[in-house]
Design a binder for this molecule. Structure first.
Ligand code: ADP
Ligand code: TRP
Length: 323
C-alpha cells in the first residue's frame, strides 16, 4: 500500500500533531511504502520570512527523525524538491469548480477568525490534492481536520479522470484514535491558536503550560466525567492503557483534584518527549546528514512524480519538448 502525508513547517510541532498525525506516520513505515514530505510550499501561505521558513523546514526534519522516522524505510523529502506538484495543482484547478474550494472549512475558519486569506490559502486544497495524486497514493494518514481536503482530492481525481482518462487513483483518509487533541484552553490544539504543548518545549515552561490546562470547577470530592476533561484527554493518549483506565476510575469515584492529573501528565510528557531532547540535539548537530536524507528522498519522490505528470500532461493534450 502506498501511504503519503505532508506536514507543514509553520511552527514548532505539538502534541496535536504528534498524536493526530506523526505517531501513525511512524507506525505505518513498518508495513508500507511511505512518502512523507515537509510541506514548505504550503507554509508560504503563512510564513513569509525566508530564514524562518528554512529553519522551520529543518526543525520538522529533526523532529521526525528524533521520533523514529527511518529514512531507510520512508521516502522523506521537501515539497519544493518536487516542483511538478505546483503544475499539477494548476491542471486540477481547471477541472474543479470554484464552489468546491469555497466550501473548505480551513479557509472558512481562518476568514471567520479575521485572519487574512491570500489566494494560496484559498487554493490550498488544489495543491494538497496534487500532493496526493501525483504519487498515486492509496492512503493518507491525517488528523480529522484534514479529512475534508482528502474528500476534495477524491472529487478532483474524479473530475480529471472523467474529463480526460483514468490517470489518478482515489485516495482514502486514515484517522487514528486521536481525532482532535485539545489544547490547554480546550479548543483544538493548534500552532495558530496559542494553546499548544510543544513536542520539545523547554521543560519548565512546558510543565507550567500543562499545569495551566483549563478545567471546570467541580469540587475535589465530587465524581468527574473524564470524557469532559482536557487533562484526561491528553493523559489517555500519553499513558499506558492500564494507567489510563486507572485514572478514568479515579475521576469517576471522586476525591481527585485536577492538579494531581496534571502533575502526572507533566511527568509522562517528560518521560516520553523530554527524554528525547538529547537525541534531537544530536540530529540538529548533523544538518549535512539531514540534508542528504531529504535530498535523496526528493530525488526518489520526484522520479515517481515525473512519470505520473507525463501521463497527466499527455491525457490533457499538453505537449512539451523532451529534455
Ligand atoms: P496546526 O493546526 O497546529 O497548524 P497542522 O494543520 O499543521 O497543525 O496539522 C498537521 C497535522 O497534524 C495534520 O494532519 C492535522 O490533522 C494534525 N493535527 C493538528 N492539530 C491536531 C489536533 N489538535 N488534533 C489532532 N490532529 C491534529
Ligand atoms: N494540509 C496538511 C496540514 O495542514 C499538510 C499537507 C499538505 C498534507 N499536503 C498534504 C497532508 C498531503 C496530507 C497529504 O496538516
Amino acid at each position: 500500500m502506498r501511504v503519503l502525508s505532508g506536514i507543514q513547517p509553520s511552527g514548532a510541532l505539538h502534541l496535536g500533531n504528534y498524536f493526530g498525525a506523526m505517531k501513525q506516520h511512524i507506525e505505518l513505515q513498518e508495513e508500507n511504502e511511505c512518502f512523507y514530505f515537509i510541506a514548505n510550499y504550503h507554509s508560504l501561505t503563512t510564513i513569509q520570512d525566508p530564514e524562518r521558513l528554512r529553519e522551520l523546514t529543518r526543525d520538522v526534519a529533526f523532529d521526525y527523525l528524533t521520533m523514529g522516522l527511518d529514512p531507510e524505510k520512508v521516502i522523506f523529502f521537501r515539497h519544493s524538491d518536487v516542483p511538478e506538484v505546483t503544475e499539477l495543482a494548476w491542471i486540477l484547478s481547471t477541472v474543479t469548480g470554484k464552489g468546491l474550494l469555497e466550501r473548505a472549512h480551513s479557509f472558512k475558519d481562518k476568514t471567520a477568525k479575521g485572519l487574512g486569506v491570500n489566494m494560496g490559502l484559498f487554493c490550498y486544497p488544489l495543491l494538497m490534492a496534487a500532493d496526493i495524486l501525483i504519487y498515486r497514493s492509496d492512503v493518507v494518514p491525517v488528523g480529522k481536520d484534514q479529512v475534508q481536503h482528502i474528500e476534495m482530492t477524491q472529487d478532483m481525481a474524479g473530475y480529471f479522470n472523467q474529463t480526460y482518462r483514468e490517470v489518478f487513483v482515489r485516495p482514502e483518509p486514515r484517522l487514528n484514535e486521536a481525532f482532535v487533541v485539545p489544547g490547554v484552553d480546550g479548543q483544538k490544539m493548534s500552532k495558530s491558536y496559542g494553546n499548544a504543548i510543544d513536542l520539545f518545549g523547554d521543560p519548565k515552561a512546558t510543565k507550567k503550560r500543562i499545569m495551566s490546562i483549563k478545567t471546570d470547577s467541580t469540587p475535589v470530592e465530587d465524581p468527574k466525567d473524564p470524557a469532559q476533561c482536557n487533562v484526561f484527554a491528553l493523559l489517555k493518549l500519553i499513558a499506558e492503557p492500564e494507567e489510563a483506565r486507572e485514572w478514568e476510575r479515579r475521576y469517576r469515584v471522586g476525591g481527585l483534584g485536577y492538579g494531581q492529573a496534571k502533575k502526572r501528565l507533566a511527568e509522562l510528557y517528560e518521560e516520553k518527549f523530554g527524554s528525547k531532547r538529547e537525541l534531537r540535539a544530536q540530529w540538529a548537530a548533523r544538518p549535512d546528514d539531514v540534508e542528504d536524507i531529504l535530498r535523496s528522498g526528493g530525488r526518489r519522490a520526484r522520479a515517481v512524480a515525473q512519470e505520473v505528470m507525463a501521463e497527466a500532461r499527455a491525457a490533457c493534450g499538453l505537449v512539451t519538448a523532451k529534455h
